[in-house]
Design a protein around this ligand. Structure first.
Ligand SMILES: Nc1ncnc2c1ncn2[C@@H]1O[C@H](COP(=O)(O)OP(=O)(O)OP(=O)(O)O)[C@@H](O)[C@H]1O
Ligand SMILES: [Mg+2]
Length: 264
């Protein structure tokens, strides 16, 4: 089932929100197919915005994203989205649907609508779902329960199994281990890493855990106030870089004590 990944190029990406907040500025990056690239940066640095520009959930105000040589735009997005999967911090599952239905949802883009509506899935896809679930360490009992009845770790594994169902060329993972305990976090990153190294998928993953970024990334890109301030292999990231990456994003607000009113 291995497929070639797709390379991602960010060309002069900028993003300004309607309220004037600037989230990204002049981001130029070329991420080759099959690379496991981790985005680091303080809260509000622009990691999620950058990830979301890849699959068109956000539209850059400046520049363009190019995937496999194709600029991301309204015409190219429907076909590109079939090859891109996203893993969310808060899982993004349908809470009241069963684990099984949530995993199969990862393959709906490949199926004719009647099959999706009737819930009739080809046997090959069902076998694939079973293989994916085994790979992420879930059991049959988990599949029968509603997603909301699973623990955080089980829900995230379900989210990953769903993401892998379509054999994606690109995986966008936005803080995929934020809700997991450290051991489970490592397992989830191992799964993502294997998707890059064994199946050639290009993985772009935002993380807050520096130790995990160092252990798993082929490459670390650090953002600070929407700009790239470090780009290189984990071993090149030094204390001085970290001091800048995690420097306070905004100056602390100063609170002037209110003048006391005199008692009347
Ligand atoms: N929909 C929006 N409207 C206005 N501003 C937004 C919107 N989404 C994000 N922002 C702002 O854009 C900037 C970048 O946000 P983003 O969510 O990309 O940061 P992040 O690095 O993912 O942070 P975190 O680590 O907290 O998830 C922040 O200043 C944020 O407040
Ligand atoms: Mg974020």
């Amino acid at each position: 089932m291995s497929r070639t990944g797709l390379d991602i190029r960010f060309e002069g990406i900028g993003k300004v929100w309607p309220d004037g907040t600037r989230a990204l500025e002049g981001v130029d990056l070329a991420i080759p197919a099959g690379q496991f690239c981790v985005l680091l940066g303080h809260s509000g640095a622009g990691k999620s915005t950058l990830l979301r520009c890849v699959n068109g959930l956000e539209i850059p105000s400046e520049g363009q994203v190019v995937i496999g040589g194709q600029p991301v735009n309204r015409q190219s997005l429907p076909a590109l989205r079939r090859r891109i999967a996203m893993v969310h911090q808060h899982f993004g599952l349908v809470a009241r649907s069963s684990g099984a239905a949530n995993v199969m949802a990862g393959a709906v883009a490949q199926l004719p609508l009647w099959r999706v509506l009737a819930g009739i899935y080809p046997a090959a896809l069902q076998r694939r779902a079973c293989a994916m679930l085994e790979a992420v360490g879930l059991e049959e009992a988990h599949l029968r329960r509603r997603a909301e009845q699973l623990s955080g770790g089980q829900q995230q594994r379900l989210g990953i199994a769903r993401a892998f169902m379509a054999d994606p060329a690109i995986i966008l993972a936005d803080e995929p281990v934020a809700s997991l305990d450290p051991a489970l976090g490592r397992e989830v990153l191992e799964l993502l890493r294997a998707q890059a190294s064994e199946h050639g998928a290009t993985v772009l993953c935002s993380l807050h855990q520096l130790d995990l970024a160092r252990a798993f990334a082929d490459r670390i890109v650090a953002l600070h106030r929407g700009r790239v301030i470090f780009d290189g292999p984990p071993e090149q990231l030094c204390e001085r870089d970290l001091a800048v990456i995690y420097a306070r994003a905004e100056p602390a607000p100063s609170f002037e004590p209110l003048p006391l009113r005199e008692a009347v």
